[in-house]
Design a protein around this ligand. Structure first.
Ligand SMILES: NC(=O)c1ccc[n+]([C@@H]2O[C@H](COP(=O)([O-])OP(=O)(O)OC[C@H]3O[C@@H](n4cnc5c(N)ncnc54)[C@H](OP(=O)(O)O)[C@@H]3O)[C@@H](O)[C@H]2O)c1
Length: 335
């Protein structure tokens, strides 16, 4: 039996649906039934129920966005750092294997290779980089494969962050949002403790219109912020996470995004082409304008490298395919 924490949340619901689809027995705990954030209570539960695996999809996310975490710092720290640290120790004490949903938002930018020299560039909105990005990476290509095709003397190409790269959008590497800082610290607290997976999710989306869905958000913004990101289809994400356990891939940290990356402009173009909305899309002129008018805390925008999870034999479709499929099967929210 699998124990699922946070099953009432946006990601937890997708885990519950995928476990049901696979016919895997699970128990969904909610804090209102049993306060699994308390060490003694959760340890007693593990000793009594003896789950084969624990999935942690619980945590504190700001609503409607990360700005809300700046004014709820105690909850953010408790939900994303102290709580996973506690879970990790309870699972280690009972030798229970478990998986934790973390986030790719602990990185900013990408690795940029220019004239054969690689450097970390935290800001991909720089005008010259944006131009290179547009001309160099088609939606569907894996950054790594594409990089391999290019000769070292060619001008500029991009690589995503791997699991061995130190987070560069964290309390140890500021600036960062408070939310990202707590997610990075949460990873530090549990990495290597017991038998665990850390699964890094980025900007969830799918075909179900929902205030939490990236594709819904883009359609509802009065003005859109253009940047480059690796993103995760919600079902693809939970399926890949459950696969890591079912296929018994080695414990450790895994980036779990659809291979590739997209600019917000590419997402808007796909929305316009497929959904044909009755509106036009305007973009913020600059980062300066965006942060002055629409955002309080810095946002993470980044490219992730998924070669580790793909190399472990877990299949995830390309970002282009997942995006196209979500928009072609779009299900507007019913009021
Ligand atoms: N959504 C995203 O954009 C995104 C992106 C990257 C990573 N993540 C990570 O994915 C995980 C799940 O996110 P989500 O979007 O599904 O969040 P969500 O919709 O807010 O659900 C989180 C769930 O966690 C439980 N919970 C336990 N302790 C909590 C606490 N201190 N504060 C608030 N809720 C708590 C609640 O379930 P009960 O009280 O019912 O048990 C709640 O339903 C989080 O760790 C988040 O950091 C999310």
């Amino acid at each position: 039996m699998i124990t699922l924490l946070g099953s009432t949340g946006y990601i937890g619901q997708a885990f519950a649906a995928e476990l049901n689809r696979r016919g895997l027995a699970f128990e969904a705990l909610t804090r209102s039934q049993l306060d699994y954030t308390r060490f003694e209570d959760f340890l007693a539960y593990l000793r009594r129920a003896k789950p084969a695996f624990v999935i942690n999809a619980a945590g504190y996310t700001g609503k409607p966005n990360v700005d809300a975490c700046e004014t709820a710092k105690a909850d953010t720290l408790q939900g994303n750092t102290l709580f996973p640290a506690m879970l990790g120790h309870a699972c280690a004490a009972t030798d229970t294997p478990w998986g934790h949903v973390s986030s790719g938002c602990i990185y900013s930018g990408a690795k940029v290779v220019e004239q054969g020299v690689e450097r970390i560039e935290p800001d991909l909105t720089k005008p010259n980089l944006r131009e290179h990005y547009r001309s160099s990476i088609p939606l569907s290509s894996s950054i790594k494969e594409r990089a391999g095709e290019r000769s070292r003397s060619e001008a500029v190409f991009f690589r995503g962050f791997t699991e061995t790269d130190t987070p560069n959008f964290s309390f140890r590497s500021p600036p960062c949002s408070f939310y990202s800082g707590t997610k990075a610290l949460g990873e530090e607290a549990i990495a290597g403790v017991g038998r665990s997976y850390i699964w890094r999710l980025r900007i969830p989306f799918d075909e179900f219109d929902n205030a939490r869905n990236y594709l819904s958000k883009v359609q509802r913004y009065s003005k859109v912020y253009d940047n480059v990101n690796s993103i995760s289809h919600r079902r693809d994400f939970v399926a890949a996470c459950i696969d890591t356990w079912e296929k018994r891939v080695p414990f450790g940290t895994y980036n779990v995004t659809n291979p590739g990356a997209v600019t917000t402009r590419q997402v808007v173009e796909a929305i316009q082409r497929i959904l044909k909305p009755d509106r036009s899309f305007e973009f913020w002129e600059s980062d300066e304008e965006f942060y002055k008018v629409a955002a309080k805390t810095p946002r993470s925008n980044c490219i992730m490298d998924v070669s580790k999870i793909l190399g472990a034999g877990i299949k995830i479709r390309s970002v282009e395919e997942a995006l196209e499929d979500s928009l072609r099967n779009w299900q507007p929210e019913t009021k």
